[in-house]
Design a protein around this ligand. Structure first.
Ligand code: 5GP
Length: 186
């Protein structure tokens, strides 16, 4: 059961599209936005903090949480589990927060089935070439991971029409403003 006090927003876009940067700026602009902290079984990247960027847990812990019904949704992505924990999300919605779920497409489609009228935003790269350039230049993944993420990106971009809004990230400030306007319209 999802608390209805606040607003829940699905927010997706392929790896390297800059969706995290947009969200960081949006949080500075709108203090009522809260970004759900997911559970994942992947290893932390340099600079990622447990409990801030993700809750990094083991496969066993993740599977136990699935069995207990502790996730709103969960999915596999490039060899690892990712999932949205239910309890913190409901607490923040009860406080009236605008809760962003920054999740990949498979999980987002699961949530759309549960909540058909949910507000959903897909961040689109200016071009696939630009996405590849951004993914490579951030230097956080090895070659095989980059290849897998680019394949996944193609698949995900093909699902963008399932979302209520598509926002093209060719200008950061413009993209932040667009997302801001979307969540503030009635
Ligand atoms: P990354 O490994 O780059 O942090 O995330 C990989 C993908 O998993 C991204 O598209 C990200 O939005 C997505 N993701 C992060 N948390 C969750 C989650 O809780 N559930 C699902 N389904 N995807 C997630």
């Amino acid at each position: 059961m999802i608390n209805q006090n606040g607003k829940l927003v699905l927010y997706s876009g392929s790896s390297g599209v800059g969706k995290g940067t947009i969200l960081k700026k949006l949080c500075e602009k709108d203090p009522n936005v809260w970004v759900s902290v997911s559970n994942t079984t992947r290893q932390p990247r340099v600079g990622e903090i447990n409990g801030v960027h993700y809750h990094f847990i083991t496969d066993e812990e993740f599977e136990k949480k699935i069995a207990e019904g502790g996730f709103l949704e969960h999915a596999g992505y490039c060899g690892h589990y990712y999932g949205t924990p239910l309890d913190p999300l409901n607490e923040k919605l009860a406080e009236g927060k605008t809760v962003f779920l920054e999740i990949e497409v498979e999980g987002a489609l699961q949530v759309m089935k549960q909540i058909p009228d949910i507000l959903s935003i897909f961040i689109v790269p200016p071009s696939f070439e630009e996405l590849e350039r951004r993914l490579r230049s951030r230097g956080t993944e090895d070659e095989s991971t980059i290849e897998a993420r680019l394949e996944k990106a193609k698949e995900e971009i093909g699902c963008r029409s399932r979302y209520t809004y598509n926002v093209i990230n060719d200008d950061l400030d413009k993209a932040v403003q667009e997302v801001y306007d979307i969540i503030h319209q009635d």
